[in-house]
Ligand binder design. Structure first.
Ligand SMILES: NC(=O)c1ccc[n+]([C@@H]2O[C@H](COP(=O)([O-])OP(=O)(O)OC[C@H]3O[C@@H](n4cnc5c(N)ncnc54)[C@H](O)[C@@H]3O)[C@@H](O)[C@H]2O)c1
Length: 247
């Protein structure tokens, strides 16, 4: 039995990596999916993959940090789909630098996409979710938001902020039957981590009890769980999917 039959999901950053894996796994579980990405080409590609699975898909190119663009997209999505059952705020970027060298632009770029983007999208859909008296919000943070990381003060701040944001939203919307939870991936093999030097990869691997890097599908499986009926009584939680890196 599919776990998300006829649910409508919006996934940001769905053009590749973890967001793409979540979008495809949701579709495999019976959901129709709105694929939001920065570039139309990537969201179109993933939407086509979803249609090949026999589900409906829509592609939207949106910069999640742009309030006007997000509000216009949300309006269009709600008009086109009628409702939204699951929102996954997954779009994220890194601009790593040591604090002493970090520019204001590097700080702003990361906070704007990772934290403000989730705020804008969640707010844009909140009225519809409240009216439905049902909904699942899943925010993709990172274990770095829990433990920090040298060279990633902007990224860690954005992800720790996302955790606090999610817990507040969970409290605000619980009485309307809406849950909000965080997925905190560890080291997952995507474009975001592809550029890391071999030495650093080996060091990180040494900190993972399960002994391997994660795959986008590992995060997608946890996202399906949080969106599924099995998770109906779970809200305001942070689920680390990290091979045991942080425990
Ligand atoms: N890969 C990892 O090890 C890892 C670990 C922890 C958390 N995460 C988080 O998981 C999420 C997905 O990461 P990934 O590894 O798949 O990265 P990725 O770089 O492969 O994909 C990120 C996606 O987000 C989109 N995006 C970025 N900025 C955007 C914006 N302003 N508007 C719209 N879309 C935007 C990109 O276009 C892309 O589709 C991110 O939030 C990231 O911080 C990743």
């Amino acid at each position: 039995m599919s776990q998300l039959t006829n649910q409508i999901a919006v996934v940001t950053g769905a053009g590749r990596g973890i967001g793409r894996a979540i979008a495809l796994k949701f579709a495999a579980e019976g959901a129709d999916v709105v694929c939001v990405s920065r570039t139309q080409e990537n969201s179109d590609k993933v939407a086509a993959e979803i249609r090949a699975l026999g589900r409906k898909a829509w592609a939207q190119a949106v910069d999640v940090a742009d309030a006007n663009a997000v509000n216009a997209a949300a309006e269009k999505i709600l008009a086109g789909c009628g409702r939204v059952d699951i929102l996954v705020n997954n779009a994220g970027v890194t601009r790593d630098n040591l604090l002493m060298r970090m520019s204001e632009a590097e700080w702003d770029a990361v906070l704007d996409t990772n934290l403000k983007g989730a705020f804008l999208f969640t707010k844009a859909f909140s009225r519809a979710l409240i009216k439905q008296r049902a909904g699942r919000i899943i925010n993709v943070a990172s274990v770095i938001g829990l433990i920090g990381n040298a060279g990633q003060s902007n990224y860690a701040a954005s992800k720790a902020g996302l955790i606090g944001f999610t817990k507040s939203v969970a409290r605000e919307l619980a009485s309307r039957g809406i849950t909000a939870n965080v997925l905190a991936p560890g080291f997952i093999e995507t474009d975001m981590t592809a550029g890391l030097k071999e030495e650093l990869r080996a060091e990180i691997l040494g900190q993972i009890p399960l002994g391997s890097f994660g795959q986008p599908d590992d995060i997608a499986g946890a996202a399906v769980f949080l969106a599924s009926p099995a998770a109906r009584y779970i809200t305001g939680q942070v689920l680390a999917v990290d091979g045991g890196m942080v425990m």
